[in-house]
Write a protein that binds this ligand. Structure first.
Ligand code: SF4
Length: 104
């Protein structure tokens, strides 16, 4: 996965204190985007799913996936989310895709 940043103990990305994962890449170009530096798909660093899960577990908090748009890396975030749910973590995900697009 291409990750821009990981913020532990944030209180502004969902309920309670959370670990926020900022995924690289977004093609939506929303007017007024607050984070256009996140748009390049090759930004950030490559981090394995296993490494990310270990970091999240060490932090011991629920999780917010944001970016960029994490859904461009759906093949990687699906197993990540399954494992985090199995461990009982609450997950929020911010995306620019519509619900119908995600279901399709
Ligand atoms: S989905 Fe988010 S990161 Fe992407 S352009 Fe829209 S506001 Fe910016």
């Amino acid at each position: 996965m291409r990750i821009l940043d990981i913020i532990e103990g944030t209180s502004v990305d969902g309920p309670g204190l959370r670990t926020a994962i900022y995924f690289a890449g977004c093609l939506h170009k929303c007017p007024g985007c607050h984070n256009p530096q996140s748009w390049p798909m090759d930004a950030g660093k490559e981090i394995s799913t296993e490494c990310l899960i270990n970091m999240i577990e060490d932090a011991g908090a629920d999780v917010t996936l944001t970016g960029g748009d994490p859904v461009y890396q759906a093949a990687e975030i699906m197993p990540l989310c399954r494992e985090l749910k199995r461990k009982g973590r609450n997950i929020w995900l911010y995306t620019g895709f519509r619900y119908e697009e995600l279901m399709a």
